[in-house]
Design a protein around this ligand. Structure first.
Ligand code: 5RP
Length: 264
């Protein structure tokens, strides 16, 4: 192994790097296992004949995979995806898709989250860039089931994740200024190519750090009333159940409390 200057690194340094790499991979694997366990438990809630919302993100990906497996085993469902990429995954796996024109109500929606507030189950969503479609699908579902790993649990929203806000491209700079006046520090989201990231609906996302959010409902309202804003990533009072994968198994949270239910 050579560094930039072409000098051979000592075995000791290389070994530290190797160990660190192994450690990071192990952590990632653990986190994926937590996501998968939560996703499998959520997919098990889906019954024959249901219309199902398919979320977006790495945890929702596991849930869609679990549903693909169940469909191959004979489960009959119809689904509405929250993003083009989740739709593509579902189509490739054989889950039949439907539309709001045919099915204005869904029985269940399974989606991920960036932060879940303990107690209230209010959420921050949208780091995956699909918050508008996610909110539309969640609002049309009889039951919103959130799947997450334990790192997503917080005592107060806004401490770790920025709050994504979807805005129309026209005049986004002025929208950002209005959000700044609400106390945020908006940053225009960029894609891997360094260009502004566009949502499936062609909008932009401003990632806003408000700091710890003491009044999620009030802030959500204020953001949504801001000219130029399409939707905020605060999901207030929408989650019915949150299934969290952790080291000791999965825990289900509902608005009335939490129960530990088995191991991943
Ligand atoms: C996408 C979302 C995702 O559900 C959220 O970002 C969580 O993603 P992941 O499961 O990959 O952590 O809101 O808009």
């Amino acid at each position: 192994m050579r560094n930039k200057g072409g000098r051979r690194k000592t075995n000791a340094v290389a070994s530290v790097h190797r160990n660190r790499y192994v450690e990071v991979m192990a952590q990632e694997t653990d986190r994926d296992a937590q996501k998968r366990a939560a996703a499998e438990a959520a997919a098990a809630l889906v019954e024959d004949g249901m219309v199902v919302g398919l979320g977006t993100g790495s945890t929702a990906w596991f849930a869609i995979e679990a549903l693909i497996r169940r469909v191959r085993e004979g489960l009959r469902i119809l689904a509405i995806p929250t993003s083009e990429r989740s739709g593509a995954q579902a189509r490739a796996g054989g889950i039949p898709l439907t539309s709001f024109a045919e099915h204005p109500r869904l029985d269940i929606d399974i989606d991920g989250a960036d932060e879940v507030e303990l107690g209230s189950l209010h959420l921050i969503k949208g780091l995956g860039g699909a918050l508008l479609r996610e909110k539309i699908v969640a609002a049309a579902a009889d039951r919103l089931v959130i799947v997450a790993d334990s790192k997503k649990l917080v005592t107060r929203l806004g401490g770790t994740a920025p709050l994504p806000v979807e805005v129309v491209p026209f005049g986004w700079e002025t929208t950002a200024e209005r959000l700044r006046r609400l106390g945020a520090d908006p940053v225009l989201r960029k894609g891997g190519d360094g260009q502004p990231f566009h949502t499936d609906g062609g909008n932009l996302i401003l990632d806003c750090r408000f700091g710890p959010i003491t009044d999620p409902a009030g802030l959500d309202l204020a953001i949504r009333q801001t000219i130029g804003v399409v939707e905020s990533g605060l999901f207030v009072g929408m989650a019915d159940t949150v299934i969290v994968g952790g080291d000791a198994g999965i825990v289900r949270y509902s608005r009335v409390g939490a129960t530990a239910t088995g191991t991943p």
